[in-house]
Design a protein around this ligand. Structure first.
Ligand code: SF4
Length: 366
């Protein structure tokens, strides 16, 4: 009950209308803002935010959905590993339906007899390893700074308990290098709605280089309608004043330094390396894998699997959507050949994917 009251506070109609009026008053030019958090992508569509702001403000989605940015080659590796004897693949549900090369998915591998199990936490995977000691359990670790600490803590626990049948195939990524790549590729955005959950871990200081080096505005915010509208207003104010900075509209969850315990766990377990992002290619220093004494938990080292070079499914423009160059309805397959029930590309699978959100909440919101 208290939780609902708390949420209601940020959905209050009067508050929303007050912020809307301020936006209308201040929006004297044209603006393009990019959100780089799948949670924001879903919330913006779900609450119809584009219909609440002037059409001179364009909100575009970036590479904020972890499932969407995970490359086809990673899915191919998991599928190939699932064919090995005495191997159990453990994954979050969304990964099951991501098509790999020629449409082969983990769901298909499971239907064909592979031991692929859906879990809700990396600790569930460790539990399976404790029980099935004659099998090797591979945890498919995806996600940004939000989920990487959980994987780090699980590896620390496995190390402590000397569990030797637990491996991690890491596709963990960190967000600031991807935002820098977007800016370098010249998308022409005026500001970022910075990722709310990621910022809880990294702290607001992690984005300081963006206004400093690129002159681009940043606002960290939460996931309720008034949060998102407030971030739009704060971005407009920064653009109008010509004084970009990092502003925090999510003070109830985000501090300047972030979660130091989570950061320390990641630093202890992972090394940072170049990583492949769907649509963005290889981004320097953007991936995380177990290192040092924890390298023995790295599935790519312990049981390397070679797969053929991969490519995007024919006609899918996920890559351009993730770079903010196109919107989902511009894809010829959108809502016809590609739907959440039968996804052709990764952006239609997860609730946080741009295509999925546009499909669910309609194009009427613009
Ligand atoms: Fe890819 Fe489907 Fe989105 Fe088109 S609608 S870009 S095929 S995920």
């Amino acid at each position: 009950m208290t939780g609902m009251k708390y949420i209601d506070e940020f959905r209050d109609k009067d508050l929303v209308n007050r912020v809307r009026r301020q936006i209308e008053k201040n929006a004297t030019g044209t603006y393009t803002f990019m959100e780089v958090c799948g949670g924001h992508t879903a919330a913006i569509r779900r609450f119809g935010i584009p219909s609440l702001i002037p059409s001179s403000i364009s909100l575009i989605s970036g590479p904020g959905c972890p499932v969407c940015v995970t490359g086809t080659e990673y899915i191919d590796r998991l599928c190939a590993s699932s064919l090995m004897e005495n191997v159990i693949i453990t994954v979050f549900g969304d990964l099951m339906r991501i098509p790999g090369t020629r449409g082969v998915s983990l769901k298909k591998m499971k239907q064909d007899g592979a031991d692929v199990r859906i879990i809700f936490s990396s600790l569930d995977a460790l539990d399976i390893a404790r029980r099935d000691t004659d099998k090797t359990v591979i945890f498919a670790a995806i996600g940004f700074e939000t989920t990487a600490p959980g994987t780090a803590v699980t590896i620390l626990q496995a190390y402590k308990e000397k569990i030797d049948n637990f491996l991690v195939l890491s596709a963990h990524k960190i967000m600031p290098p991807a935002m820098e790549t977007i800016l370098r590729q010249g998308t022409g955005i005026n500001g970022f709605i910075c990722p709310g959950h990621v910022s809880v871990i990294t702290g607001s200081e992690a984005f300081g280089f963006i206004p400093e080096n690129y002159g681009t505005a940043c606002v960290i915010t939460g996931f309720e309608p008034s949060d998102i509208l407030l971030s739009v207003l704060m971005l407009i104010e920064q653009v109008n004043s010509g004084k970009p900075s990092v502003r925090n509209a999510y003070g109830r969850a985000v501090t300047s330094k972030g979660n130091l315990i989570a950061q320390r766990a990641m630093e202890e377990v992972f090394r940072i390396h170049d990583a492949e992002w769907r649509g963005l290619g290889i981004i320097p220093a953007s991936g995380l894998s177990p290192a040092g004494k924890y390298e023995r938990f790295d599935a790519s080292v312990v049981i390397p699997v070679s797969v053929n070079p991969s490519s995007e499914t024919n006609g899918c423009i996920c890559g351009e959507i993730l770079r903010g160059l196109k919107k989902p309805p511009e894809c010829k397959l959108f809502s016809g050949a590609c739907t959440p029930e039968n996804p052709v590309g990764a952006c239609m699978v997860s609730d946080e994917g741009a295509c999925n959100a546009w499909y669910k909440y309609g194009e009427m919101y613009g």
